[in-house]
Design a protein around this ligand. Structure first.
Ligand code: FBP
Ligand code: MN
Length: 643
């Protein structure tokens, strides 16, 4: 290793003892059991349901409470205690009100603190003391450690411990301490979170999910098609921007744009009011718990049409300047007979209904009106200047990637595009042919380029981001073409169908999955592919575990829009030192319900893979990094201290 690098390292480890201690520490960590990984996907703006799964660790929190307290607590007490760990502030408020005097309340505080201190070592048994210390609430580290490592062997300290507890209560610190301990326990139970895509769209609060993720202790994200659409908009793609606003209008989520991200929709509303009327095809899908007034519904219907038409117009020049996207079939506005109100598409002619083509010049259908151009330009400025959106998009880029190889598994939101024979599909970009992993790497490179060159709106990189949303060889879309236009304007449902990439039936085959793992240089005997994107229809008997356990589909089904077709509120996956567990979640109604009734609706568990021997940190990605670090420290030892 370079002497300069070793000199730098020596600044941190400036004596022999420091190097030795660190080597011993890291070596010891390698032999600890691997931490628990938690996989979630397709959150689709459902902040509350996601919070719940995150806070209960997909059932792991309650499982640990059960292990420790099943002899001493009733089922009801276990439920209440678990709820306290998930939602400490709200649960404390509820419990506080059930006591009629201070003495009883204080006794309850004392018992609860003891119970939490009893649970803590169990929840942290896989970690070093130093890692536990870092997870403790800062202001209580000293107190908790005293209680945690208390030894009463010689009975000298009994009153000392009692004193600590008394002081916590008289100084009115009990609730703060309980809250701090609850979050520490949550944090210890899951070591690392994987979000396998689609944080955005359909549901109401993706911004709150992003804030939660930003504060989470350890995570990575595999971008979903919807996330990439938002990244594209922020990166300067007007067509991606038109899409996100259209989707927000369609799902009655314009609050995300206006209130959460502070983007001004006034100019768009003015345009919409001028050119559009009511239209049944563009009525928003209302939230059950938040009905719209007729006036609001009508406004959104108009905005929805205005944005959809701008989107279709913006698609046209991209399709024309990128012939290799092979999307001429999607030049929809140019396939319309405006007099007859018909479209001829894929060789078939259909009548059009619910049309709203007032801003279209049939001689040049893709031409934006100056007003439309002004609206989309202003929106883009507003989007790129939203401080909060900037923060969220930068985080999404920093933690995200198109796919991830992690502890032997391949994590990917959508698919690996293949043909009917299971061969990787090829795409030619600027004279070069790419397929499989190389194609995905290429996509990611374009996305990162577009993101760092946000001033460019019609360069290849920016167009490629849109391709990732809707192109036939996109690993995120996984379908041949998006039939948005047909769904709005053509009655015949056959035209709405979006054909899936053969990946979606071939992934049932173990052989194909093994081949894909190999394509990503992963061991097919050990690895699994972990997928999101397509809701698993449990109702129809679909199994989320496919290809003899090589393929696991965990589309969270968090999205309320899909729950009636899936029959379940989705799956999450846990992978600890003993193996993998798939957790099925029932519909989450509200946090209030959990706090009131104590019960959280979980969860069938299916063991995916049981390790014959407990997996250790040494065998993980983190373990590999630690081993490299040890190597460097040993070199430093020789270079500096052993001569
Ligand atoms: O249900 P909607 O709003 O019409 O959206 C359907 C569109 O969403 C998509 O399914 C993509 O979204 P998902 O990633 O959530 O499946 C497209 O394939 C399809 O065109
Ligand atoms: Mn998706």
């Amino acid at each position: 290793m370079h002497a300069k690098y070793l000199d730098l390292l020596a600044e941190k480890y400036d004596c022999e003892e420091k190097v030795v201690t660190e080597i011993i520490n890291l070596e010891a960590i390698l032999d600890l059991p691997k931490g628990t990984e938690h996989f979630v996907s397709d959150l689709h703006g459902e902040f509350h349901a996601f919070q719940h799964v995150l806070r209960n660790g997909s059932g792991k929190v309650k499982e640990k409470i059960h292990d420790i307290f099943k002899g001493t607590m009733t089922e009801q007490q276990i439920n209440d205690f678990a709820t306290l760990v998930y939602y400490p502030e709200a649960k404390l408020k509820q419990i506080r009100n059930t006591f009629s005097n201070e003495v009883e309340l204080n006794a309850w505080y004392q018992q609860t603190i003891y119970d939490m201190i009893t649970l803590l070592p169990y929840a942290s048994s896989k970690y070093t003391r130093s890692k536990l210390r870092k997870a403790l609430p800062e202001q209580f580290v000293y107190v908790i450690e005293e209680l945690l490592y208390k030894s009463d062997k010689y009975s000298n300290k009994k009153t000392y411990y009692e004193k600590i507890m008394q002081q916590i209560i008289t100084l009115r610190q009990s609730e703060k301490l309980i809250i701090g301990l609850a979050y520490t326990i949550q944090r210890l139970i899951v070591d690392h979170l994987h979000v396998v895509g689609d944080i955005y769209d359909r549901g109401p609060d993706p911004d709150k999910i992003m804030d939660t993720l930003i504060n989470y202790h350890s995570l990575d994200i595999q971008w979903g098609n919807h996330d990439v659409l938002w990244l594209g908009a922020y990166a300067g793609s007007k067509v991606c921007l038109a899409n996100i606003i259209r989707i927000c209008a369609r799902y009655d989520n314009l609050d995300i744009i206006e209130d959460a991200y502070g983007i001004n929709l006034r100019p768009l509303l003015n345009l919409a009011e001028k050119y559009y009327e009511d239209n049944p095809a563009f009525r928003p899908k209302e939230h059950k718990d938040k009905p719209l007034s007729e006036h609001e519904a009508l406004q959104i219907t108009k905005i929805h049409q205005a944005m959809a038409m701008i989107q279709f117009k913006l698609e046209s020049p991209i399709i024309k300047r990128r012939p290799f996207f092979n999307m001429e079939d999607r030049l929809v506005l140019e396939k319309i007979d405006y007099k007859k109100k018909e479209i001829t598409i894929y060789g078939k002619t259909y009548p059009l209904e619910n049309t709203c083509f007032r801003t279209i010049n049939p001689a040049n259908p893709a031409q934006l009106l100056p007003e439309e151009e002004e609206v989309i330009d202003k929106l883009l400025v507003s989007v790129q200047h939203s401080e909060k959106l900037a923060r969220h998009m930068k985080f999404l880029m920093k933690k995200g990637s198109l796919y991830l190889r992690y502890n032997g598994n391949l994590l990917i939101h959508g698919c690996i595009p293949v043909n009917e024979d299971g061969e990787m599909e090829q795409m030619e970009i600027e004279g070069e042919v790419y397929k499989g992993r190389a194609l995905l790497d290429q996509f990611e490179e374009y996305l990162r380029y577009a993101f760092t060159h946000r001033g460019l709106s019609d360069d290849l990189a920016t167009d490629m981001v849109w391709y990732l949303w809707t192109g036939e060889y996109s690993s995120l879309f996984g379908k041949r073409a998006m039939t948005t236009f047909e769904r709005y304007f053509i009655k015949d449902k056959a035209s709405h169908k979006e054909d899936k990439n053969p990946y979606y039936y071939l992934r049932e085959s173990e052989e194909i999955c093994r081949k894909m793992l190999e394509e990503f240089e992963l061991d097919p005997d050990q690895g699994h592919i972990i997928n999101g994107h397509t809701p698993v229809k449990e109702i129809e008997g679909e199994n989320p575990i496919k290809a003899n356990g090589k393929m696991i589909v965990i589309d969270g089904g968090f999205s309320k829009a899909y729950q009636s077709t899936t029959g379940i509120a989705g799956y999450t996956l846990l992978y600890n030192s003993f193996g993998m567990q798939l957790v099925a979640h029932q519909q989450f109604n509200s946090k209030e319900e959990v706090i009131q009734n104590g019960a959280d609706v979980l969860s069938v568990k299916r063991v995916v893979d049981k390790e014959l021997e407990r997996k250790k940190v040494r065998e993980t990605n983190v373990g590999k990094e630690l081993q490299e670090e040890i190597g460097r420290l040993k070199q430093l030892m020789e270079y500096r201290y052993m001569q």
